[in-house]
Design a protein around this ligand. Structure first.
Ligand code: 5RP
Length: 240
């Protein structure tokens, strides 16, 4: 289904317009699916941040939901927005998760994890009755494989895992932040893996999952139910 939504809406200042980015427009499309009383999974990244911000506005206006966060940064932002956060470890099921992605295709396959949160994101997505990915049009591919696939590595297993990744014809690059190894919220390393091509993402996901020391990876092949992708203010909806 292709749905057209205006990219600009009137602001409080008479005669002027607020320009909304495609990321924000996709976030607003997903926001319309949140119902009172839901437990909502909050994704990580700049697109998910628009969703969190608008959800916060609704909560502050009296809309009742509870939420779990997929990263410490999202948790902080959500708390500041007034969204009640519950500990994920106390939950088995989430009603609806809304998250961004680095690349998606019309098979509802996604590559996630540029923000380093894909391990928690996948756990929360797997626990969710429904997962919506929100994205601007630049994230939509004919077939995923352009974006590097991030993998989360137990530091103890660093060199072993890097060697195993090269055996899979990946080119892993350890993520760096502030001149040191980047560490995930769990204290693990992330390697961004470029593949010359990704002809069989299911096989690649299985191969990655089989390497001891890899704790998670950014191939989301079964979790996504719906994608809202906005391009020039026009929202395209893809469903599984
Ligand atoms: C974080 C993610 C993000 O959802 C993904 O990187 C997209 O980010 P952005 O919305 O900033 O483009 O997977 O781990």
């Amino acid at each position: 289904m292709v749905e057209s939504i205006f990219g600009s809406t009137p602001s409080a200042a008479a005669g002027s317009l607020i320009h909304r980015s495609d990321k924000e427009i996709a976030a607003l499309a997903a926001l319309a699916e949140v119902e009172a009383g839901m437990t909502v999974g909050l994704g990580t990244g700049s697109t998910a941040a628009f969703f969190v911000s608008h959800l916060g506005e609704r909560v502050r206006a009296g809309f009742s939901i509870a939420a779990v966060a997929t990263s410490l940064s999202t948790e902080n932002v959500a708390r500041r927005a007034g969204i009640p956060i519950i500990a994920f470890e106390d939950l088995a099921t989430v009603d609806l998760t809304v998250d961004g992605a680095d690349e998606v295709d019309d098979r509802l396959f996604a590559i996630k994890g540029a923000g380093g949160a894909m391990l928690r994101e996948k756990i929360v997505a797997a626990s969710s009755r429904r997962m919506i990915v929100i994205a601007d049009g630049s994230k939509l591919s004919a077939a995923i494989g352009r974006a590097p696939v991030p993998v989360e590595i137990l530091p103890f297993a660093r060199e072993f895992v890097l060697a195993e990744l090269r055996r899979l014809d990946a080119e892993p690059v350890l993520r760096i932040a502030n001149d040191a190894y980047y560490h995930s919220d769990q204290g693990n390393l992330i390697a961004d893996c470029a593949f010359a091509s990704l002809p069989d993402p299911v096989a690649t996901a299985a191969a990655l999952s089989a390497i001891p020391g890899i704790l998670g990876h950014g191939l989301f092949l079964t979790e996504v139910d719906t994608i809202y992708s906005a391009n020039g203010g026009v929202v395209t909806r893809l469903d599984r």
